[in-house]
Design a protein around this ligand. Structure first.
Ligand code: UD1
Length: 423
């Protein structure tokens, strides 16, 4: 098992190019299944979650070639419509394969996606919407048996919550359905627009992605396309947090600054200087951060839940008290207990965490319990005195491409070790 060893208190300086967005790459890889032919996806991050998506595509009969950050998927001969349990459990977002497999084959057999560290993550909205499109879904012993005797039929779907995954599943299933589908209260995340751009490149007719109402005019079939995945706004905000807690001066490049608009005010409030220019953001941070009065996670364009843990790591050493309200997931403060081991003062009550900033954190042995919580431990470790040993690194590897290389390239003292005894 890997561990990250971090010696804190190093000043970071330099330029850090940001990887492609995990949360875009996964649905786009999935979408490549629907088109008959070859799709070329650039800027695909090398992550364990990407590998999991590739394994599912190969299992379904696609041929997949990976050349650096480009993934070439030939779905011409893909005729599989069953995804075994072990592949479904690899990642939560495997559930978007449901819409794609149904669009491709008219039937699908898969199990519920992997359990999650963030509390229960139901898929009722996905299933309800696909049923509205005409899919028959039987839920038996943890399996979903889905079929339709006639083509799916476009309809109006109003989502009670603007779920990212449900919006993606509907888009995937509806782009080759008969007639027009309207999604109301759709998710507006940039990754939704990126998926729509790829699907439109494949010949789909999707309008309004990025807004609350998305209209999909069904087409007969899709063809392959070439596409470049958008930059990862969450990875970018993680690296900005790393700079913020270390009194540093870094520039994140290869980003779309507008996608970071929801998080930038927090950095400014904490006393950081922010310069936006073209596709980069430079952050300079003071010796000690000021508090961030309150952070309330919301659907895009609100403050992203995925940046809440790394922002909490910033608040841990800020001057004053910060309050975090997590409105998206039920159990997304698991990192707080590990930050407390490092000397943070955090009180969690339900969906609220109160963080009283301390002067300094001290290195400790901590364990990442989920992806972004793990990133928060890395940020905290960079600020802490002494050495921090982070285990559970496989969670971090799901979403960050070689986090230790990225951070050491700008001056962090961080390395990965393999613990042979635990293997
Ligand atoms: C996606 C992102 C994840 C991010 C999240 C919220 C990917 C691969 N993952 O996850 O990183 O944290 O958006 O921005 O893109 N819900 C239901 N029923 C459903 C579906 C969702 O009740 O059928 C609820 C969830 O429990 C949660 C909320 O809706 O409380 C938002 O979930 P959703 O937007 O669906 O998140 P994901 O697509 O799973």
């Amino acid at each position: 098992m890997s561990k990250l060893i971090v010696k804190g208190r190093q000043r970071l300086e330099g330029v850090i190019p940001v990887q492609g967005a995990k949360n875009s790459a996964l649905p786009i890889l999935t979408a490549a299944l629907i088109s008959k032919g070859k799709s070329v996806i650039h800027n695909c991050p090398s992550l364990t979650d990407t590998q999991a998506a590739v394994s599912i595509l190969e299992h379904l009969g696609c041929s997949v070639v990976q050349l650096g950050h480009t993934v070439i998927i030939d779905s011409t001969c893909a005729d599989g419509c069953e995804i075994p349990d072990d592949l479904m459990r690899e990642m939560r977002s495997s559930i978007v394969f449901l819409g794609a497999v149904v669009a491709r084959c008219g039937r699908a057999e898969l199990s519920f996606p992997g359990g999650c560290e963030l509390g229960p993550r139901p898929i009722d909205l996905h299933l309800q919407a696909l049923r509205q499109l005409g899919l028959t879904i039987e839920e038996e012993h943890g399996h979903l048996l889905c079929h339709t005797d006639s083509p799916l039929k476009g309809c109006e779907i109003s989502l009670p919550i603007p779920s990212v995954g449900a919006t993606e599943n509907i888009m995937l299933a509806a782009c080759t359905a008969e007639g027009r589908t309207e999604i109301h209260n759709a998710a507006r995340e940039p990754e939704i627009s990126d998926l729509a751009d790829f699907l439109n490149g494949c010949g789909a007719h999707i309008h309004g992605a990025g807004e609350s109402s998305i209209i999909i005019e069904g087409v007969k079939a899709l063809h392959g396309a070439e596409h470049t995945v958008i930059p990862d706004r969450i990875a970018a905000s993680t690296y900005l947090s790393a700079a913020a807690v270390t009194g540093s001066d870094i520039t994140v490049t290869n980003i779309i600054p507008a996608h970071l608009r929801p998080v930038l005010p927090c950095f400014a409030e904490a006393g950081c200087g922010i310069e936006v220019s073209g596709r980069s953001i430079r952050l300079t941070s003071p010796k000690r951060l000021g508090r961030i009065k309150s952070v309330r996670t919301m659907f895009y364009p609100g403050f992203p839940t995925d940046s809440q843990p790394t922002t909490m790591a910033m608040a841990a050493t800020a001057r004053g008290t910060s309050v975090f309200v997590e409105t998206i997931f039920e159990s997304r403060f698991n990192h707080a207990a590990e930050l407390i081991r490092m000397g943070a003062k955090i009180k969690v009550e339900g969906k609220v965490a109160v963080v009283e900033g301390v002067k300094s954190l001290s290195g400790a042995a901590v364990e990442a319990g989920d992806l972004r919580g793990g990133a928060a431990l890395v940020v905290a470790a960079l600020a802490a005195e002494g050495e921090t040993v982070i285990s559970g690194v496989h969670h971090i590897d799901r979403g960050y491409e070689k986090i230790e290389s990225a951070l050491s390239s700008i001056g962090a003292d961080i390395e990965r070790t393999e613990d042979a005894q635990e293997e």
